[in-house]
Design a protein around this ligand. Structure first.
Ligand code: ATP
Length: 319
């Protein structure tokens, strides 16, 4: 399956920029309030959260700044393996908490994230900007926006997860970018091959070769998908890196990526059932179209993902 985001990027945006002018909100420059407004873009890995947030920030809500809420992407290093948005893809939109922590010195937990991201939100709103929180770690999002966050109560994992609290300390607009599981899995599997071919193997070789791996093994970045799966391949002592070990590692990366996406959606559904007002945007057609040739991908992305998201955000900002 071809990457819909590459196809969208290569498309000439002129038509849509005209449309952007019509929809651009007039309410985003409001004075900072005691309950800041926050846009939260959620969804499984690969669903298009980063692309959507940059589209919103560059063409519609131009005072936006993005705060990363992916627990692996807060660390410096393994940019390809953890799928960080590139500088080029950021298109000049300020990104916070992205690749800034030394994985050897620090482990960022949900409570740390609550403190760090809150500070960024107040900085952004004091500049009269609009904060967009974007990333797949629902535990980070939950800790950030819950009114009373109890770090001892894990609301997602374990045999008896704590109850979801729906009282929030920000005015939040939650956008959930969803893609039908079968279509997403097919894309994710292809994406793993593309990542491996476009630098992930070299990046991991350096990570294991430099010994950095040993220092972060049990925490943070050492758990990023790709690291445990290819550990055997990169650390075999006799130096004979076997093709079978590699292929088995790649198979497990694909499996674990699909498993991650499934768990992320499970957590999002749990938040929805717990009373969070999540607005679901179905991006499936974008991926289906990319798979079958891609002619109208950019147009479908605009109509089915960007346009409804802009409407939702505009409505929220006017409330
Ligand atoms: P919670 O959301 O409750 O913290 P979690 O630990 O499952 O649950 P996720 O953000 O869903 O948190 O990540 C789960 C695991 O998926 C991580 O521990 C890591 O192995 C992998 N993972 C998550 N994000 C990435 C990423 N950007 N790159 C590589 N692996 C990732």
């Amino acid at each position: 399956m071809r990457s819909p985001f590459l196809l969208i990027s290569s498309f000439h945006h002129h038509r849509f920029n005209l449309f952007a002018v019509r929809l651009r909100s007039t309410t985003t420059h409001a004075a900072p309030s005691r309950h800041p407004k926050l846009i939260v873009i959620m969804g499984a890995t690969g669903a298009g959260k980063s692309r959507l947030s940059v589209d919103l920030a560059t063409r519609f809500f131009t005072n936006s700044e993005i705060i990363n809420s992916d627990k692996m992407q807060v660390y410096r290093g393994l940019d390809i393996t953890t799928n960080k948005i590139t500088t080029q893809e950021q298109q000049g939109v300020p990104h916070h908490l992205l690749g800034v922590f030394d994985p050897i010195q620090s482990v960022v937990n949900p409570l740390d994230f609550r403190t760090l991201a809150s500070k960024r939100i107040s900085d952004i709103t004091s500049r009269r900007g609009l904060p967009l929180v974007v990333g797949g770690s629902n535990s980070f999002i939950y800790s950030l926006v819950s009114k009373r966050f109890n770090p001892k109560s894990d609301v997602f994992n374990g045999p008896d997860p704590g109850p979801i609290r729906s009282e929030l300390r920000f005015k939040c607009c939650f956008i959930w970018v969803d893609v039908c599981v079968r279509v997403l899995n097919q894309y994710l599997s292809k994406r793993v091959d593309e990542m491996l071919n476009s630098g992930m193997v070299d990046e991991l070789a350096e990570f294991f070769g430099s010994g950095e791996y040993l220092k972060v093994k049990r925490s943070g970045l050492g758990q990023a998908i790709g690291v445990p799966e290819l550990e055997g391949y990169f650390t075999n002592v006799d130096g004979a890196k076997s093709e079978e070990v590699y292929d088995e590692g790649v198979r497990r990366i694909k499996e674990n990526t699909c498993e991650l996406a499934k768990r992320q959606v499970g957590k999002i559904l749990r938040l929805k059932e717990g009373g969070w007002d999540l607005k679901r945007i179905d991006a499936t057609e974008v991926f289906r179209t990319a798979d079958s040739g891609g002619g109208r991908v950019a147009e479908i992305w605009e109509k089915q993902v960007v346009e409804p998201s802009v409407k939702i955000v505009n409505q929220f900002l006017e409330e």
